[in-house]
Ligand binder design. Sequence first.
Ligand SMILES: [Zn+2]
Length: 296
Amino acid sequence: MRGMPKTALIGVLSLLATLITGTGAYGYYYLASELGRAQEALTATKQDAEARAAALMEDLAIKNEEKITLAGELRLLQEAHEDEKRTVRKLSNTVDDLEKIVATDPELLAKYSKVYFLNENYAPAKLSSIATEFTFQKERTYEVHADIAEFLEDLLTDAKEEGLSLVVASSYRSFNTQAALKSGYRVKFGTGANTFSAEQGYSEHQLGTAVDFTTPTVGGMFVGFDKTDEYAWLTKHAYKYGFILSYPKGNTYYQYEPWHWRFVGKKLAERLHEDNDYFYNLDQRVIDSYLGKLFD
Ligand SMILES: [Zn+2]
């Protein structure tokens, strides 16, 4: 450096200074612009994040709406399914009812009169004997329609538990038995037999679903039966077992028979009991609507 002129040295120094300060300025601008870019990037990222968050929120709102819609649809489907199930249930009940109606002998709920009574060949599908503890004459066999045996036994058992001695004095009678019985009455009572044991009455016995009750305490078999506790109990409770008095006092249909009870099923007996009405007073079409429920 010794040989270098002074001005040259100054020049070098000033160049150096310029370089140094220049570099410093450059560094500053560089950093500032970097910062600016970073800020811009940050702003962009923030906006981007906000936009994405907004989009997500919107998405979520849509999803929620879809969920609500789906839940609604599901509910509708479930309701429709319930409806369907109900319809199926109703239909199967109807089918059951129809099957029961078809399987039930319509004669069992038929009204009999002087012009319409059972065919002489009619016999119950199946008969069942009544336990001797509940029969009037122990040496005789008393039979009823097999499908009503359980109802009758429940009635007799409950009456016994109440301390009553209710017994069956007559139950199923075939056409021939009845004919013989009636001619027997004729011999004894002449033409009066018709009012004592008329066609209507014996038709019900031929069904196997009618029984004549008595109690050993009455003098004759039936006379005075309506004055007994057994009769009073029957008027209060027989309907619960499906039995009704066919010919109650004051009926316009046939003579009063307090001992003669017919099985018509719990549902119909209940209706008659509640309405204080009697079987023969009902329209046959109304009676027939109970056929499917006869043994319920
Ligand atoms: Zn009778």
